[in-house]
Design a protein around this ligand. Structure first.
Ligand SMILES: C[S@@+](CC[C@H](N)C(=O)[O-])C[C@H]1O[C@@H](n2cnc3c(N)ncnc32)[C@H](O)[C@@H]1O
Length: 225
């Protein structure tokens, strides 16, 4: 998969790229690239935003700047880009990112993530260049970089080779294996700590009973609304 992140702060992704599953995915041939809007602005002062028509606080990311950045990266009119790749504008009011959407996106060959800043995007960017609007939650962050990392993190860990153990992503919270419910509880050594005992079934070595207990625990926790 090829993921391109359009951002004013590509340096924010340094830590992200060093995370084990991200590094694994990149080593396996997946690609994570960055385009700084500012590097492609057609405006002489290096400007990327402007004041909102109609007045109001804050600055709005300009449509001509985003078009120039998309055109520089893909060499074609960004209006046509949606024919070959999902172009996702990260917005607080977009479709909520959940496991089903992550699965859907993990099946794509290529994703473009548009991070906003300030007051957000000129609406024409969303209407004419983006195929999707995605939100990571009903709250407002200062910028789309964290949202892009959240989306890329969730998608990349679904790709073969990203996780240390290939089964890790098969049976976890919200997966089909658990009927969409949250995962069952985990315990490790010590088996007793301050009088808090690990459930006896997990110490029994009886795999069928452990499996049954885990599925019951998971079902009792969900599904979440
Ligand atoms: C300060 S926010 C703009 C908020 C916008 N004025 C509003 O009220 O919806 C700046 C940028 O951060 C990103 N952002 C903030 N919260 C987000 C969220 N919950 N999900 C996805 N992106 C978010 C978006 O890219 C947005 O353009």
């Amino acid at each position: 998969m090829e993921i391109d992140v359009f951002t004013l702060f590509p340096e924010a992704f340094g830590w992200f790229e060093r995370q084990r599953h991200v590094a694994n995915a990149l080593a396996a041939g997946h690609h994570l690239g960055y385009v700084n809007y500012r590097d492609h602005t057609p405006l002489s002062a290096g400007q990327v935003d402007d004041t909102p028509f109609g007045g109001g606080a804050g600055m709005v990311l300009r449509v001509d700047v985003v078009e120039a950045a998309l055109h520089a990266r893909y060499g074609r009119d960004p209006v046509e880009l949606g024919e070959t790749r999902r172009v996702i504008a990260l917005t607080p009011g977009g479709r909520l990112l959940d496991d089903a959407l992550v699965d859907e996106l993990a099946g794509e060959e290529a994703l473009t993530l548009l991070s906003g800043r300030y007051e957000g995007f000129d609406q024409r960017i969303i209407e004419h260049f983006a195929t999707d609007e995605v939100s990571i939650g009903r709250y407002v962050l200062a910028g789309g970089e964290l949202a892009a990392m959240v989306l890329a993190d969730a998608v990349l860990r679904k790709l073969p080779g990203a996780l240390g153990h290939p089964d890790s992503a098969l049976e976890e919270s919200f997966s089909d294996a658990l009927g969409g419910a949250p995962e069952y509880p985990h315990y490790t050594r010590p088996a007793e700590y301050r009088g808090w005992r690990v459930p006896e079934v997990l110490l029994s070595g009886h795999h069928a009973r452990i499996r049954e207990w885990r599925l019951q625990q998971s079902a009792a926790r969900g599904p979440l609304s």
